[in-house]
Design a protein around this ligand. Sequence first.
Ligand SMILES: [Zn+2]
Length: 72
Amino acid sequence: MELIKVNLYDEVEMKKPHPCVHKSHRFQVIMLGADLKLQCLGCGNIVMISRIKFNQKFKKILNSHETIIFDK
Ligand SMILES: [Zn+2]
């Protein structure tokens, strides 16, 4: 299975909404690794999701931040 390439701080749209009052499909990637941490852009809550589940639920990238260089 091909992995979807996302970058840190990318805004992504998922197939299923976050089960919060905002029902937001938009999340921001705040941690990348074997698991990902996504922050719901509706309520601000953070969800942890495995790479495999992310691949299944991912719809598209809304805003890519790949050109931004972050200082450590
Ligand atoms: Zn939410």
